[in-house]
Design a protein around this ligand. Structure first.
Ligand SMILES: *Cc1c(COP(=O)(O)O)cnc(C)c1O
Ligand code: SF4
Length: 369
């Protein structure tokens, strides 16, 4: 697309985000369904798409996985059984305006509610996309001192994850203030950033930004690719820059109906990720978030996909399949133990071959005379 501004300048990408139907129509053939959903979203859900992310859309296919992640759908207005605006309990575990302390040694800090693209499937839809509510009160613009103080007062916190919304929406200067302040707390060992910028607006990852981060190591970054179409030259460049500055990049996907819920797509995504040296970390089962339920697959579907990955592809290309509950993230294992009887341990291999191990550990082994 021909534009009158600098495509590679992230601020300009952000400022020129598509937020109206008229603007979107310049990029794709908007379907009647999409048009109706966009109109219906007004005053209910936010939506925005970076010109970069729109450039990945198939202009003629409403089922395009990029379109489905970024353009409102009428399904968002259906309320499904048991859905909740906060099924994972952010609000339950929230201890300050921005800190969610759910696990013993690590916390998340929700430092913003703004994102370059409002993903339709966001787990924090209530916080980011839903105009009805945000976890923040009116004091969002106020200082973060209460949050830092909480971390300071809790020496068990060794891992701080900056998330949101998308933390990279802030300027480098503001981020440096936050990260520098966290680094002044001796017991904070690692700082993690959760950001979808490498996928939605990869131009955000600049040399200056990486050089700033590098001063505060160890810094880790977890991003969120969901489909192989998202792995582009631009995102590869962003990842490469992060890696060259010593920031490991890992990926957390969400299993999404009609987007990546088939083995071939998932495998291709994982292979594309390891090609650009992104380590697949988690595959989240889609949470039953109000307005997101239509993206849920069955748990069986997720297990079936995992069964097609384990053993069939590189070990480190295989994510952990996770279901998030009010009591934390729970890994969903593939059943491999068939029996444990007098013959020993009966195991099933990835190809369903039965293996009998007569003993499990040296403790149970019998010495040969
Ligand atoms: C996901 C999450 C974390 C980090 O969990 P890891 O399994 O260590 O990646 C920490 N706190 C909250 C509230 C989370 O949701
Ligand atoms: S970038 Fe992350 S926080 Fe923002 S809408 Fe997308 S999934 Fe949600």
């Amino acid at each position: 697309m021909n534009v009158s501004w600098d495509w590679n300048d992230w601020n300009q990408q952000f400022r020129n985000r598509i937020q109206t139907l008229e603007e979107l129509k310049k990029h794709i053939h908007v379907s009647a369904e999409e048009e109706a959903a966009i109109k219906r979203s007004e005053g209910i859900y936010r939506w925005a798409v970076t010109p970069y992310y729109a450039s990945l859309m198939d202009p003629n296919d409403p089922n395009c996985p990029i379109r489905k992640q970024a353009i409102p759908s009428s399904n968002e207005f259906i309320k499904y059984d048991y859905s909740d605006v906060d099924p994972v309990g952010d609000t339950k575990y929230r201890v300050t305006n921005r800190v969610v302390h759910k696990y013993p040694d690590r916390i998340i800090m929700l430092i913003t509610d703004t994102c370059p693209v409002y993903c339709r499937h966001c787990t924090r839809k209530y916080h980011t996309t839903d105009l009805d509510g945000t976890y923040f009160g009116d004091n969002e613009v106020q200082t973060f001192e209460d949050d830092f103080k909480y971390i300071e007062d809790h020496p068990e916190i060794r891992d701080v994850l900056l998330t949101g919304g998308d933390p990279l929406t802030y300027s480098d200067r503001k981020l440096e203030k936050i990260i520098g302040r966290l680094r002044s707390i001796p017991h904070v060992e690692i700082i993690r950033i959760g950001s979808r910028y490498p996928v939605l607006l990869p131009q955000r990852i600049t040399k200056e930004f990486c050089e700033m981060l590098e001063k505060y190591h160890p810094i880790w970054l977890n991003t969120h690719f969901n489909h192989p179409k998202e792995v582009t030259e631009e995102s590869a460049r962003a990842v490469d820059l992060l890696l060259r500055h010593g920031i490991p990049v890992q990926n957390q996907s969400v299993l999404l109906k009609g987007i990546n819920d088939d083995l071939d797509t998932m495998k291709e995504l994982l292979h594309e990720l390891v090609k650009i040296r992104v380590r697949p970390y988690y595959l989240y089962h889609c949470d039953n978030v109000t307005g997101v339920s239509h993206f849920m697959t069955s748990l069986e579907k997720g297990i079936e996909i995992m069964k097609g990955l384990v053993g069939y592809t590189t070990g480190f290309a295989t994510p952990n399949y996770i279901i998030t509950t009010i009591n934390g993230k729970i890994p969903i294992p593939i059943e491999t133990i068939i029996d444990y009887n007098e013959d020993g341990l009966v195991l099933k291999s990835y190809e369903n071959k039965e293996t009998i191990l007569p003993y499990l550990t040296p403790e149970g082994a019998v010495e040969v005379k």
